[in-house]
Design a binder for this molecule. Structure first.
Ligand code: FES
Ligand code: MG
Length: 571
């Protein structure tokens, strides 16, 4: 090895501090030579029984350790805050930045030379990667993998996608509690995260697209033995990465982010990837902004026929060849020379990826949709931008003018949406305020609010919905999200009133509140901010420091990095 290991500062010396650093670790039985120049690899584990999607990662850590030891490294597993999407209240997004701080400080403060990030559920990927970027050691991601396809009464059902239909099933098909319980186990029948192309699968694919995983890693189901095999190989590889000093900043270049944007379009990935990629780039000082997603991604063809935009699930995606096929098919859109964790370029890694099922992964010349990606909207309703995912929207609604029906909060929405006297029809535009980063707080996935019961009964499937919140990667609809600035800090969204006309024109990237400038100025002057959502603790800290959605909703003080150096010791 050419360079001195970072861990040498802890373990290499034969003075009092060297003794202290080694001795207590020795209570786990490590022999002398573990402290004599072996690369120390941290396995950052987001395992938790409260994060069902990551509950198998303890086993995975053992497999990763196997690989590390084989390659001559010294593995040390450590826990970080885990974020379980389906359980944590009010929303895991409130804690993504906190978990990133946990990861960052855990890595920096410890004698690590390289890191393996074990991830799964939605936020566990961006949070750990953001933290790792702010330290900048050699880093490899091992995504835990999707669950096997959901099966219910003879049909394939996608976890995360099916729940959006429950209201409809109950009201229209009269589903009972028993029906629902049967469905529950059917959609979650193995270890792993959501097997739709929701946020977790999207983020795993983003990691592969960025070059942070071994090639072919993202789509392998958690229960498939090949996932463990790849985890073991990742353990071997991180030791080599330390020897090569292949830091995360060398991989996560502007080119890598551009590749991720293209590939996210090709897979019909989650809108949440926007926020997470912006936040990750912010940690590295890579210039990336919201408009880039439209400029780089919106002309890219949709290839992956996966729910929620398409028909299939991650298991079929894997059997069809997985992300390598998409990367190869999109080679004219990406930077093929971008380097990945295995030391080879992304183009080289995927050049010969075979497609085994063109029904699941289409070719670039016969795509499912000529232009996928994300449209970034501008207008007086969203000065800094808002987004919509055209591939998940209803074509007929992409140009729409309708009367606003305004809900002040999610509680207000729940209280009134099914009121038979609510003045609303299928042409109305549902406006939801107070669900942005500051307002909720934490910018939850509520943007795709259910339609009113009376319209569902009429057979209406979609309506234009606008909010400063997010939407689950498993959801679909003509939903305008991430409106910035948000209503809680006085964005124009806060000033919309019932009956105002709103114009959505996706083709021209426009979102407009059709009231006069004088009226708008009058409403602005009369606006008073809502009371803050917390006056102490992390939530107060979050509200005071969180940036708006178009910047990735990271905390302002967390942008950038502090490197890996720690100059002071504990005595
Ligand atoms: Fe964890 Fe969907 S709930 S990935
Ligand atoms: Mg989610």
């Amino acid at each position: 090895m050419s360079q001195k290991l970072r861990s040498y500062d802890w373990f290499g010396k034969n003075d009092k501090m060297g003794f202290v650093h080694r001795s207590w670790l020795r209570n786990q039985g490590y022999p002398d030579d573990y402290f004599q120049g072996k690369p120390v690899i941290g396995i950052c584990n987001t395992w938790s029984e409260l994060t069902p999607c990551n509950a198998h990662l303890r086993d995975f850590a053992e497999v990763v350790k196997r690989g590390i030891v084989e390659a001559g490294g010294f593995p040390l597993e450590f826990p970080v805050m885990s974020l379980g999407e389906t359980i944590m209240r009010p929303t895991t997004m409130l804690f993504r930045n906190l978990a990133s701080m946990d990861t960052e400080e855990s890595i920096r403060a410890n004698p690590l030379d390289g890191v393996v990030l074990l991830t799964g559920c939605d936020k566990t990927t961006p949070s750990t990667v953001m933290g790792a970027c702010s330290v900048d050691l050699p880093t490899i991601v091992v995504p835990g993998g999707p669950m096997l396809n959901g099966r219910f009464r003879g049909q394939c059902v996608g976890s995360g996608s099916f729940n959006w239909l429950i209201k409809e099933k109950q009201h229209v098909e009269n589903y009972t509690a028993e029906d629902i319980h049967e469905m529950e186990v059917g959609v979650a029948r193995s270890q792993g995260h959501c097997m739709t192309m929701g946020t977790a699968s999207t983020m795993a694919c983003m990691m592969e697209a960025l070059g942070l995983t071994l090639p072919g890693m993202a789509a392998i189901p958690a229960a498939d033995s090949r996932k463990k095999l790849m985890a073991q190989l990742s353990g071997r590889r991180i030791v080599e990465m330390v020897k090569e000093d292949l830091k995360i900043s060398k991989i996560l270049t502007r080119q890598a982010f551009e590749n991720a944007i293209v590939i996210n379009a090709g897979i019909g990935g989650s809108t949440n990837a926007i926020i997470h990629l912006l936040a990750i780039a912010g940690r590295l000082g890579v210039e990336l902004n919201l408009e880039d997603f439209d400029i780089i991604g919106s002309k890219v063809p949709l290839l992956a026929n996966l729910k929620p935009a398409g028909k299939y699930l991650m298991e079929e995606f894997f059997y069809a060849g997985g992300l390598p096929v998409v990367i190869r098919e999109l080679k004219q859109y990406i930077h093929n020379e971008a380097i990945t964790v295995n030391g080879k370029s992304i183009g080289e890694n995927n050049a010969h990826a075979p497609c085994y099922d063109q029904e699941v992964i289409a070719s670039a010349d016969k795509p499912l949709l000529k232009e996928a990606g994300i449209a970034v909207l501008k207008g007086n309703l969203c000065e800094y931008g808002a987004i919509i995912k055209p591939s998940a929207a209803t074509p007929a609604l992409m140009k729409h003018r309708g009367k606003a029906v305004v809900f002040k909060s999610i509680e207000d929405y729940h209280q009134r949406i099914d009121d038979p006297n609510l003045e609303i029809d299928e042409n109305s535009v549902i406006v939801l305020q107070g669900v942005g980063p500051v307002g909720y707080p934490g910018m939850p996935e509520v943007g795709n609010v259910d339609l009113p019961e009376k319209l569902l009964r009429k057979g209406i499937k979609d309506m234009v919905r606008i909010s400063d919140g997010r939407m689950s990667g498993t959801a679909a609809g003509t939903v305008v999200l991430h409106v910035s600035p948000e209503s809680a800090i006085g964005g124009v969204l806060a000033l919309v009133k019932d009956g105002d006309m709103i114009e959505l024109d996706v083709e021209n990237r426009k979102l407009h509140l059709d009231i006069s400038d004088e009226e708008l100025a009058k409403r602005k002057a009369a606006w008073t901010p809502p009371p803050p959502q917390a006056d102490r603790g992390y939530v107060k800290f979050y509200i005071d420091h969180v940036q708006q959605a178009h910047l990735g909703a990271d905390l302002d003080i967390l942008r950038g990095g502090s490197g890996s150096e720690v100059t002071r010791d504990l005595h």
